[in-house]
Ligand binder design. Structure first.
Ligand SMILES: *Cc1c(COP(=O)(O)O)cnc(C)c1O
Length: 217
């Protein structure tokens, strides 16, 4: 199927409350342009340099989301344009985003990445670290970042009960924090292989790549 058909059929199944991030990493501009022509305006990338090259070439009404693991020394290259950073996984990274956003006179929206997978290769905070961070006085002084919610990745497994369990735990943590922090509105969970489960478990934003653009090499 074409990008157009895949994108349309996914959009048809998404509830209106769920936002689609089209994950275009490794894909050429011509592929992004096809999705853009269908009305897609949110793209996710996992490398700063690649995202910046695409930002320079593509129309300026696109929202660029950084979804991958981010090194602090790369933040400055995207600070002037990035819309949402999904994978904030350390206080030091948040501090750097705040610093670079201030230099550009912007406020950058961020999601805190939570470690939900039972496998230990994924980055992110655990619940205690998360609470420690949002209650931290220094963090409250970061006026150029806005924490909009949480992001998580489930274990890469065929066991869909496990995936569901992990999404459930992220949703319950999200609900707990949402009661306390008024800016919390985004729960980013779900990719090509598991987004229907993620939506059933309360996701508000799905990050879908291969089901739209085809598999990556
Ligand atoms: C690549 C990637 C996705 C999209 O993965 P697909 O399986 O191709 O949909 C989603 N989230 C993150 C963090 C990714 O790195």
């Amino acid at each position: 199927m074409s990008i157009k058909e895949d994108l349309t059929s996914i959009l048809d199944t998404l509830p209106k409350t769920v936002t689609l991030v089209a994950v275009s990493k490794t894909k050429p501009i011509s592929d992004l342009q096809q999705a853009y022509d269908e009305g897609q305006r949110i793209f996710g990338e996992n490398r700063v340099q690649e995202m910046t090259e695409k930002w320079e070439k593509m129309p300026k009404d696109i929202e660029w989301h950084m979804i991958g693991h981010l090194q602090r020394n790369k933040v400055k290259y995207m600070a002037e344009y990035v819309s949402l950073v999904h994978g904030v996984d350390s206080p030091r990274l948040l501090k750097e985003i705040n610093k670079q956003a201030e230099k550009c006179d912007r406020t950058i929206s961020c999601l805190l990445q939570v470690h939900i997978a039972e496998e230990d290769t994924k980055f992110g905070f655990d619940e205690k670290e998360l609470v420690d961070l949002v209650e931290n006085e220094q963090f409250k002084g970061y006026t150029h970042v806005k924490i909009k919610g949480l992001m998580g990745m489930a274990t890469f497994t065929d066991d869909m009960n496990q995936v569901r369990r992990e999404f459930k735990s992220l949703k319950s943590l999200f609900d707990k924090l949402k009661n306390k922090y008024k800016d919390f509105s985004i729960l980013s969970m779900g990719m090509s292989g598991d987004y229907t489960i993620a939506i059933e478990e309360g996701s508000t934003m799905v990050r879908i790549g291969s089901s739209i653009f085809g598999s990556r090499n």
